[in-house]
Design a protein around this ligand. Structure first.
Ligand SMILES: Cc1ncc(COP(=O)(O)O)c(C=O)c1O
Length: 382
């Protein structure tokens, strides 16, 4: 039996009867951009995250950029982030006029390590301000990433941010409806960014993103920036952008907000099933930190033979992914920052040994048994 990496159709069929009238409404009212559908979604999503504001945007990349941009930090500041993330995290920092400063991940959760962040900041603060030794810029922020759906340790990161006077942001593109220490993703730090790319836990039927925040200033600035810096048509307070969400996506996401918790419960159950089916095999399984709702956007395992294993699974028509095969600090695009291979051993191990198994809320036990049996056969063959 073939097992796909992702099955978007299975979810569409469940909510088809609710989504179609939303699409029809947009077509009938001709209110295609922002408008009541997007506003309704923003209210529901802010409530889901437990924050005052959600500002819907055109993509997750726009959201990473937007949350940092809207915080109005002096241009040319350093922003600490882990290099084992999707490029959009670092792109957002650069688009906002800043400089990515990479710090290694924690070897258990693969998220930005608070211990290494503290060690790095302590080591570069001899002048009283944290100065990145590579680029000479003053560090003014931290952008944590909830990799694979597991919220980073924002309690520890907030203590560090407060100690050094830094802004703290959360890239929650992969962790809708996750939580840590009883607090929802999207509610940590100064602001958070989400992606609603179709394959995400909460996916639009096209591109979409949002920022969430309790800050009235960040929310107000983001609303203006997403619409060319304009509060009144044809009058511009800032140089902004066109980061407005399509009303079709607002309608779809408004429906999906009702189901995300239940869908994530299915992912969590599927992850537990993989854990028991794969126990005892020579692979490193995902570990969940205490007091954490890891929403398993991806179920990533680690093995030094992952390329061969992935090839074997493909020959059995089992879809397995790579998230991500090369860390950012060794990519051409970031060569100007001056890092080298070997600088971040945990992120490098993450990149070169990870493999992600089929994972979606509608995944059934029979499919997971098929995946696990194939992995067993691979290791038995040697
Ligand atoms: C961690 C992370 N940040 C940002 C993004 C960017 O989101 P989008 O693809 O919606 O622009 C993604 C999506 O792939 C992501 O995984």
């Amino acid at each position: 039996m073939a097992v796909p990496f992702l099955d978007l159709k299975a979810q569409y069929l469940q909510i088809k009867d609710e989504v179609k009238p939303e699409i029809d409404d947009v077509l009938e009212t001709c209110y295609y951009v922002l408008g009541p559908k997007v506003k309704n979604f923003e209210e529901k999503f802010a409530a889901l995250c437990g924050v005052k504001h959600c500002v819907a945007l055109s993509s997750g990349t726009a959201a990473v950029h937007g949350m940092i941009w809207a915080a109005d930090i002096p241009a040319g500041s350093g922003m600490i982030t882990p290099p084992n993330t999707f490029t959009a995290t670092a792109e957002g920092i650069v688009f906002a006029g800043h400089v990515p400063v990479f710090v290694d991940a924690d070897p258990v959760t693969w998220n930005l390590s608070p211990a290494k962040t503290e060690e790095f900041l302590a080591g570069c603060s001899s002048t009283g301000k944290p100065i990145d030794p590579k680029t000479g810029v003053e560090i003014k922020g931290i952008v944590g990433v909830d990799l694979y759906g597991q919220p980073a340790d924002y309690k520890a990161l907030q203590i560090i941010a407060d100690k050094y006077g830094l802004h703290l942001f959360e890239d929650a593109a992969q962790s809708h409806d996750g939580s840590r220490f009883g607090q929802k993703t999207g509610s940590f730090g100064n602001a958070a960014s989400f992606s609603f790319y179709p394959g995400k836990n909460m996916g639009a039927y096209g591109e979409g993103g949002a920022i969430t925040t309790d800050s009235d200033e960040i929310a107000a600035r983001m609303r203006t920036l997403r619409d060319h810096g304009s509060e009144e048509k044809y009058y511009y307070n800032f140089i902004g952008h066109n980061y407005r969400m399509s009303a079709f996506q607002g309608g779809v996401l408004g429906v999906k907000t009702k189901y995300i918790h239940e869908w994530n419960n299915n992912r969590i159950a599927a992850a537990a099933r993989y854990d028991s089916l794969l126990a005892g095999l020579p692979v490193e399984l995902p570990k969940v930190a205490d007091d954490t709702r890891h929403v398993f956007h991806l179920y990533a395992l680690h093995t030094p033979v992952r390329d061969k294993l992935r090839e074997f699974l493909a020959s059995k028509q089992i879809g397995a992914g790579l998230h991500y095969p090369e860390p950012l600090h060794t990519q051409k695009a970031y060569a100007y920052l001056g890092y080298s291979k070997g600088d971040f051993p945990v992120c490098e191990k993450n990149a070169y040994e990870n493999m992600t198994l089929p994972m979606f809320p509608e995944l059934v036990e029979e499919q997971q048994v098929e995946v696990a049996e194939a992995i067993k056969v691979f290791f038995e063959k040697g």
